[in-house]
Design a protein around this ligand. Structure first.
Ligand code: N2P
Length: 374
């Protein structure tokens, strides 16, 4: 097993490609924040910093998107292609960690990516993000004030707010006699084999931290040890750790209770009206996902045009209606069917944003590995 300093040295000397470094470093147990820091320090192979402040040329003919799955309306891409004469490709991911590992390994070719807020420190420290040209984002004024100047990207210099949502429990009203109101339902053997949790370490460990009254960003070893024990206890009742694909299993009735993101739960409800969604009384996570442009993006002008297009009220409304997620676009909100209101101050006391765990990611990663193996 290669050790981390040797890997970093090999990277700095140019004996190791960025991709191989990241693969081996992950294998050697390094965390994403640690890998990002080493990449920034070694600086090798960093994509040329083109267009950060330079005037961007005319719109390119192509655009490559790398986004969360099920996060656009059916019309979003075809309408953009038609109007702008751009051919769009879309790759999707199921977790921030999956996406970050790919970007840190040097995946180039993507023009727009959609991380959640807690990932920004990692992406910034690896120097992966292009400063945006606000003059090209003429629809910027449509955004609601609560999404402006966030702590993870002060002044929104490198990101455009896209959507927000919460993590809770989706359940089948017709199959679960009493609506679950606590994360503790995951311990209930009555539902053994009929429950799932997200394949997402921040959501799984975070919800058991909330269950015991802790912050979902806790790095306290005792709190984390308890969350691990709880997660392993619940795991005995789980059918699987699964994220967006659980929708079909809820609709089919193979899963009765699923830890799920609010919008994906709403999408499932449009296919099966007996699916409901609740935020457990102990509290839960709220997330905000925002569009960024990697410095290496080959089509920077098209990326800006696409983000500006997403900021149109009718485009944002169609996305919110299809995905069930909240829109940060306040001009879009009245056009949506659901009109999902922004969380109130009272609701925010029960909801918590995930933050970067920095060097404590190692502890979380180890616990997640142990839960999965346990
Ligand atoms: C989209 C899920 C995005 C939610 N299917 C996680 N930030």
């Amino acid at each position: 097993m290669p050790n981390a300093p040797c890997l970093a040295d090999a990277l700095a000397r140019g004996h190791l490609s960025r991709r191989t470094f990241v693969r081996q470093a992950l294998g050697a147990g390094l965390t994403l924040p640690a890998i990002a820091t080493i990449l920034a320090a070694c600086g090798r192979d960093r994509p040329a910093d083109t267009g950060a402040t330079a005037e961007l040329g005319p719109i390119e003919k192509e655009l490559r998107l790398y986004l969360w799955s099920d996060y656009l309306a059916d019309s979003t891409i075809p309408d953009f292609e038609r109007e702008f004469g751009v051919s769009v490709t879309l790759d999707t991911y199921e977790s921030n960690e999956e996406m970050a590992a790919k970007l840190l390994a040097g995946a180039t070719g993507y023009d727009v990516v959609l991380p959640s807020s807690y990932l920004f420190p990692v992406l910034f420290s690896a120097d992966l993000l292009l400063p945006l040209q606000r003059n090209l984002l003429t629809n910027w004024g449509n955004l609601a004030p609560m999404f402006l100047d966030p702590s993870w990207d002060p002044g929104n210099t490198h990101s455009v707010p896209f959507g927000w949502g919460t993590t809770g429990l989706a359940y089948r009203r017709d199959l679960v006699p009493t609506p679950p109101d606590s994360w503790a339902v995951l311990f209930d053997e009555k539902f053994r084999g009929k429950m799932t949790m997200l394949d997402d370490l921040r959501d799984v460990i975070g919800s058991f931290l909330k269950l015991r009254g802790h912050s979902l960003n806790s790095v306290d070893p005792a709190a984390l040890a308890e969350a691990k024990a709880d997660a392993i206890r619940a795991k005995a009742n789980l059918k699987a750790y699964v994220s967006a694909p659980v929708k079909a299993q809820l609709v089919a009735g193979d899963v009765w209770i699923a830890q799920l993101w609010s919008g994906d739960a709403a999408q499932a409800t449009t296919e099966q009206a007996e699916i409901a969604f609740t935020i457990p009384k102990e509290g839960s996570m709220i997330f905000a996902d925002a569009m960024v442009v990697p410095r290496s993006a080959p089509h920077k002008r098209a990326a800006h045009e696409f983000m500006n297009y997403i900021l149109r009220p009718e485009v944002g409304a169609a996305i919110a209606d299809t995905t069930g997620y909240g829109t940060p676009n306040q001009a879009a909100l009245p056009l949506t069917r659901a009109k999902t209101p922004y969380p109130t101050a009272e609701e925010l006391t029960r909801l918590e944003y995930q933050t970067d765990l920095a060097e404590n990611s190692a502890l979380w990663d180890r616990i997640w590995t142990e839960i999965k193996a346990g």
